[in-house]
Design a protein around this ligand. Structure first.
Ligand code: AMP
Length: 294
């Protein structure tokens, strides 16, 4: 286990000043944006960044602009001391923990809205969410000017939004997607899982189980997305603790709707489990498409 000093920066000016020597020396900089309350999924992103870049910066910022009015900003779990201890063990170089006032000294007049990518799928369940995400990530990119930035595939649409923003705006950063880290029973790790009651925690298993079932149907030759979705809806509806909010199959490349499963796809689910909004994803390959597409 590595233990080294990890510097915490709370202002944009201090973080920029600390990264200036590394930039002058042409060291690569890896950034891992998070909202904190770290778990093994976040630490996998950090591990990748540590392995692939010279200087690793983790940002911890619960971004109010990506939460809706009835959303869970106030209840979002936070534990800065624990997070800093985990990042010290993981051997990161700098942690950026700005206040809301530091990031938004005045309400922004500028927003990055992806149309239609940010409005579709989970964007219909969480209006404005991806505009908040894209805008804050663009700010974090401008603050850290990273060589590479690491994002989880768990938030598949978010990853697609960031990739598209970077391409559209010519932001000079390489986006790295990292596979979803799961609990032993399949539940995708999430900071929000801590808010599940023991009963809800058991019920939540149905989401990853349904996604696996969908991927298995597709791998076995099912080509009709509606038939896959119908089976999954039934599975999830049979779990009384889970309220399905969205369930979709899209083209894995751009999330576009598809009429026939003839290429790599992604299954995306959002559901309320007790008071908690959970999301999960699973990629799937049609029977004959897998070899040539990977
Ligand atoms: P969050 O703190 O939830 O905003 O997540 C910060 C980053 O960690 C995002 O890029 C997420 O996609 C990623 N992440 C969250 N949970 C997981 C997980 N279970 N496996 C892999 N990456 C994750």
């Amino acid at each position: 286990m590595r233990t080294k000093r990890v510097e915490r920066y709370e202002t944009i000016a201090d973080l920029r000043a600390s990264l200036a020597p590394a930039r002058r020396a042409e060291h690569s900089i890896g950034v891992v944006p998070t909202m904190g309350y770290l778990h093994a999924g976040h630490l996998e992103l950090v591990r990748r960044a540590r392995a692939e870049t010279d200087v690793v910066v983790v940002t911890i910022f619960v971004n109010p602009t990506q939460f809706g009015e009835n959303d869970d900003f106030a209840n979002y779990p936070r534990n800065m001391e624990r997070d800093l201890a985990l990042l010290r063990q993981a051997g990161v170089d700098a942690v950026f923990t700005p206040s809301v006032a530091e990031m938004y000294p005045a309400p922004l007049q500028t927003a990055i809205a992806l149309k239609p990518l940010g409005d579709m799928l989970i964007g219909t369940v969480r209006p404005g969410h991806f505009t908040g995400v894209a805008t804050v990530v663009a700010k974090l990119f401008n603050i850290t000017q990273p060589t590479r930035a690491y994002f989880g595939e768990k938030d598949f649409q978010q990853l697609a939004v960031i990739r598209r923003m970077v391409a559209d705006l010519d932001i000079p950063v390489e986006i790295v997607g990292v596979p979803t880290v799961r609990e032993a029973d399949g539940l995708a790790m999430s900071s929000r899982n801590v808010r599940l009651s023991p009963q809800d925690r058991v019920a939540a298993r149905v989401l990853s189980a349904a996604l696996r079932e969908g991927a298995a149907m597709i791998a076995a030759g099912e080509r009709d997305p509606q038939r896959v979705l119908a089976v999954l809806e039934e599975m999830i509806a049979a779990e009384p603790g889970v309220l399905l909010r969205s369930l979709d199959i899209g083209d894995a490349a751009d999330l576009a709707a598809i009429a026939t499963i003839d290429r790599p796809v992604v299954l995306l689910v959002t559901a309320m489990v007790g008071p908690v909004l959970l999301i999960d994803q699973q990629e799937a390959w049609p029977k004959a498409g897998r070899e040539e597409s990977r």
